[in-house]
Design a protein around this ligand. Sequence first.
Ligand SMILES: [Fe+2]
Length: 413
Amino acid sequence: MTSVPNEFDPADIALKSGVEVQMYQTEHALKDPMRSVLEDNPEIYFVPPKRKHEWGQWEFKSGAYYDTTRGAKHPYWCNEDLPRPSKNIDRLRSDLLRWGYCMVEQALTETQVAIIHQRVIEQAEGERLAGIAQRTPSGQNINCCVNKGRCFEGLIEQDPAVVQGGPLIEQLVTEALGPNWISTSLIASIALEGGVPQALHQDQDIALDSKSPLTVNLLTTITDIDENNGGTLVIPGSHLTLSESLRANKPVGKLPPAINLDANAGTVIITDGRLLHSTGINHTQTPRVVMLNGMQHPLLRQQENWMLSVRPEVLKRASPKLLQRMGYQATNAAQTNEGHGFGARGLIDEAAGSTVDFRLAADQGNYLRVGELSPNSDRQTLEAEFTLKAVVAKARAGGRSAPVGIGGIKLNP
Ligand SMILES: [Fe+2]
């Protein structure tokens, strides 16, 4: 037996891989601008206070990022033309570009808000009673909402029956992220009295120097939000500041102060994934509810593992659009399943890229995957009812514009 070449020995590799010779070390080091943020902004305390049960009493640090108010009342910001709720698409575009967020006014009707509000409050209580509530420093989160009410399916789809402003929101998200964007998760964020603020952060913590956002968050206000009840904290314009300093390889410099967002229930706030933001402090006894529905470029890994987590009955009734948004629509570049989906361009090739049947087969214990095959495989193995064959056959039968060679595997020609 020949010995393994020395160059493949981990000890030899380590010997030749000191930090000074590694590739891209400067670029990787630059991915985290927070050290520079803290050095340049000592008065902005980016670490939230401890949980309340660890305090003697309410504990504020004067000048901390959460010691603030809404933009219109803030001495630093009150004369700036900050985003305000609007239905004007040009205004929304310019707000998102300039300030890193925009606010879609009356994106939900009062009735649409009431339906979601009731479902969130009931689910939160149910999860507490079941002993599975996710407590957060700010209050409580409800995860994987798609399994927990029909209204949430429509929220992910931006179905006008659930979000009357859905078409306008989708246009803006498509302009920001490009086509075929997907949802990373849908979470109900409930800020409760006694909670502490979240640390300021960027949702898009990779590729910070991207020239356009790779993620956006849709914050749907289900209660009114303001500086009293935990209205989300943001530093307007910070989506550009950090990216530009990274690109220029220079310190971030002094950041402006954070503000609380204020908006009526039913507003959808679209935030650029590079914007510094966090949940604020709820000083009231009424829960503050915001739905967090992140959307992202389809090449990024999702927060929610929709492939495993979505209930079968939800998958069975889901529209192609909802399936696509959760990642069950392969494209040439992402989420192909045993090759099914190569060549598909998204929803326009729906049948050619739909992967939900693999998951449903797995649920039933019937998913037969293609394994090792060879000229020596017996007839039974070669003729097995691979799930891939059934999915490809279905795609071809119903395939609207199914590309030739779908699946990347030649089936019986
Ligand atoms: Fe966030």
